[in-house]
Design a protein around this ligand. Structure first.
Ligand code: ATP
Length: 228
């Protein structure tokens, strides 16, 4: 599903942000990626989305060889991957139903199908009654639930979350994790970058620890490498 082979990324500054990453993630896994600030987590996410290309090494997603995907074919890759960010990134001038529908319009789904899918997604994140609200009328936790609904509306095989609970209090963070767990149990592969070690401990999922551009531990069920 996701394969990285000896992947290196060096920015123009010359510092290797990723240095020899070997990573295999199977379909249906739930994986946390943790590590100190600057350890290379966001760079790894950007490579998976092909926002950046590796300096060396190979990346495959769903058997697609990312190194060889042309810019023109990028939308096909992006259909396989939903993304959720720390800062939600909703469109402020559209209500939440339109925020979610927007992602479907981008892939040119028929309008009847869009409506049904948007309602199904809103129901999944428990926000059916708020479909006409605008993002600024929702709490942070609710906005993140909308962002998850938007990321899943095209039924991607993979959901990438970059610090999804970074702006949320513990109760909202737990609710987001409950939804991500449910999404994973329905078959979506879920990858979560986080600094929230409490959540990592509670969830007991595969946890990869990065340090200085390398994977320094890869443990089942919430084990991670303590670094100080
Ligand atoms: N655009 C860039 N140009 C040059 N160096 C960069 C760039 N982006 C990141 N870096 C460097 O690459 C390294 C890895 O950064 P990255 O953002 O991937 O870390 P991170 O683990 O996601 O950090 P954080 O937890 O703070 O988000 C750091 O040394 C960072 O300074």
């Amino acid at each position: 599903m996701i394969i990285m082979e000896n992947v290196t990324k060096t920015y123009t500054t010359g510092v290797p942000a990723l240095n020899g990453i070997d990573l295999h993630i199977q379909k249906g896994e739930f994986v946390f990626i943790v590590g100190k600030s600057g350890s290379g987590k966001s760079t790894l996410i950007k490579l998976l989305l092909k926002e950046l290309d590796p300096t060396s090494g190979k990346i495959y997603i769903n058997k697609k060889f990312l190194n060889k995907i042309t810019r023109k074919k990028l939308p096909y890759l992006r259909r396989d991957i939903g993304v959720v960010f720390q800062d939600f990134r909703l469109l402020p001038d559209r209500n939440i139903a339109d925020n979610i529908a927007f992602a479907q319009k981008v892939v040119e789904a028929p309008s009847r199908k869009i409506k049904g899918r948007v309602l199904a997604m809103l129901s999944m994140v428990g926000l059916l009654d708020k479909y006409k609200s605008f993002p600024n009328e929702l709490s942070g936790g609710e906005q993140q639930r909308v962002a998850i609904a938007r990321a899943l509306v095209n039924n991607p095989e993979i959901l990438l979350c970059d610090e999804p609970t970074g702006n949320l209090d513990p109760a909202n963070s737990n609710e987001i994790m409950r939804i991500l767990d449910q999404v994973n149990k329905q078959g979506t592969t879920v990858l979560v970058v986080t600094h929230n070690m409490e959540i990592v401990q509670q969830m007991r999922k595969r946890t990869i620890t990065m340090s200085e551009g390398k994977i320094i531990s890869d443990m089942e069920k919430g084990g991670y490498f303590y670094e100080d």
